[in-house]
Design a protein around this ligand. Structure first.
Ligand code: PLP
Length: 452
């Protein structure tokens, strides 16, 4: 077997990668032709590849490395916990201090009466938990017909069969038997692409009322929950018009339907508060968490649940759990990560200092001839690429082609941005400095110049 070290020539690493490694969400043949870019090290907001290039990570890995790369405190927390107790489960009446402390800290940070945590290994697993939990809750409350869950097209809630069904990605639904029954989707509040002649406010109301129509079509007695991200991330960073969430909240209250806020991206400072629900002024019954919970240093996710739901579920046995629910090393790292976010003032900086600086600079990209809108909250933003800003037209080429080219140009210019169709996205580590923000914007501008 070959010794794999960072000093191996890039071409050899790429050949091994192509020979044996199946990549998620990647066209294998395309990658085989080009070869993957091999990332070898990272610190702060910077990645280093096997050729020694320094790449500005405008996506914080996959929207997750909130405290930046190279935090020794997280390495130390993992090392300590590994030596003390590398694993024990939290099934069958045992517990351990890392899971206990992390659950307590999350209960302190979470809004309202979200006081109980069910741990998982990832966001997908946590959303599977949520699906089973809301249905079980209604069953235990004597309303077993409440099974349907409503979500939104273009939402991403994970890749397992349950969470992928909750998601609204048609390309995913086309493969492998999704969506499972009793999951329904409504359109997302994407004013730029779909608002037509309506003002954003009118459009926000119209899109929220699709939820009411769907509830009435299904019958409120059959609907368990609505799941949504406070700000849709992988769907293109769709920041809803101001009228949207208040109307959604009114509808859910009126018909007695639970709200699951998927905070996997929006949580842990991304929008300038601990949770996106606080930024958007919503009061969920359950929040899905992952990613920024450990800044991606180790896999961990979970559901933060209201006292009412925890009480009803806790009065019975919930036949559900993962070997790694509350994994002690991941929990210790998450706890330390929350301490860093708090004590280094990172959430405050996103709200009051570097966040507003990034927002101003990012919105300046609308001066570029290719950019229609630039929309950003906290440190998650997207630009819509268009051939005609006034009509908000889409490119005639197959949707996503121009976005793809721009993404490739960014990567060639040592900047990671992502594209969703013809929207380009940023979600940098929350520790990015003003000078690094300037570099990010300069590289984005140069890359845009090169793709039209
Ligand atoms: N929910 C949202 C909003 C996400 O963005 C993601 C991942 O990108 C998930 C859930 C799934 O999380 P994981 O990839 O940890 O399973």
């Amino acid at each position: 077997m070959a010794q794999i070290t960072n000093s191996m020539p890039t071409a050899e690493m790429q050949a091994l990668d192509a020979a044996h490694h199946m990549h998620p969400f990647t066209h294998g043949a395309d990658l085989g032709k080009k070869g993957a870019r091999i990332i070898t090290r990272a610190d702060g907001v910077w990645l280093t590849d096997s050729e020694g290039h320094r790449i500005l990570d405008g996506m914080a890995g996959l929207w997750c490395v909130n405290v930046g790369y190279g935090r020794q405190e997280l390495v130390d927390a993992a090392t300590r916990q590994m030596s003390e107790l590398p694993f024990y489960n939290t099934f069958f009446q045992t517990s351990h201090l890392p899971a206990i402390k992390l659950a307590e800290r999350l209960a302190q940070l979470a809004p309202g009466d979200l006081n109980h945590v069910f741990f998982a290994g990832s966001g997908s697993e946590a959303n599977d938990t949520n699906l089973r939990m809301v249905r079980t809750y209604w069953e235990l409350k004597g309303q077993p017909s409440k099974k349907a869950v409503i979500s939104r097209w273009n939402a991403y809630h994970g890749s397992s069969v349950g969470s992928g069904s909750l998601g609204g990605m048609k390309g995913m639904h086309a493969q492998g038997g999704m969506p499972i029954p009793d999951i329904h989707h409504i359109d997302q509040p994407n004013w730029w692409a779909e608002g037509g002649d309506m003002s954003p406010e009118e459009f926000g109301l119209a899109r929220a009322r699709l939820l009411e129509e769907k509830i009435l079509e299904l019958g409120p007695e059959n609907v368990a929950a609505f799941i949504a991200e406070p700000v849709q991330g992988a769907g293109g960073v769709i920041i809803p018009p101001e009228t949207y969430w208040p109307e959604i909240s009114r509808i859910l209250k009126e018909y007695g339907i639970l709200l699951i806020a998927d905070e996997v991206i929006c949580g842990f400072g991304r929008t300038g508060n601990w949770f996106g629900s606080q930024t958007m002024g919503i009061e969920p019954d359950i929040m899905t968490i992952a990613k920024g919970l450990s800044s991606g240093y180790l896999p961990i996710g979970g559901s933060i649940v209201s006292s009412e739901i925890a009480q009803v579920i806790g009065d019975a046995e919930f036949n559900h759990g993962y070997t790694y629910s509350g994994h002690p090393v991941a929990a210790a790292v998450a706890l330390e990560n929350l301490r860093i976010l708090d004590e280094d003032g990172i959430v405050d900086a996103v709200r009051d200092r570097t966040g507003p600086y990034l927002q101003k600079k990012f919105k300046g990209l609308t001066e570029h001839p290719l950019v229609g809108e630039a929309t950003i909250v906290g440190m998650m933003g997207s630009i819509a690429l268009t051939p005609d800003k006034d009509s908000r037209a889409a490119f005639e080429a197959e949707s996503g082609t121009v976005g793809y080219i721009c993404r490739e140009r960014c990567f060639a210019n040592d900047l990671v941005m992502r594209h969703v169709g013809d929207r380009m996205i940023i979600s940098p580590p929350l520790v990015i400095s003003e000078a690094e923000i300037d570099t990010l914007i300069e590289r984005a501008w140069t890359s845009l110049d090169e793709c039209h």
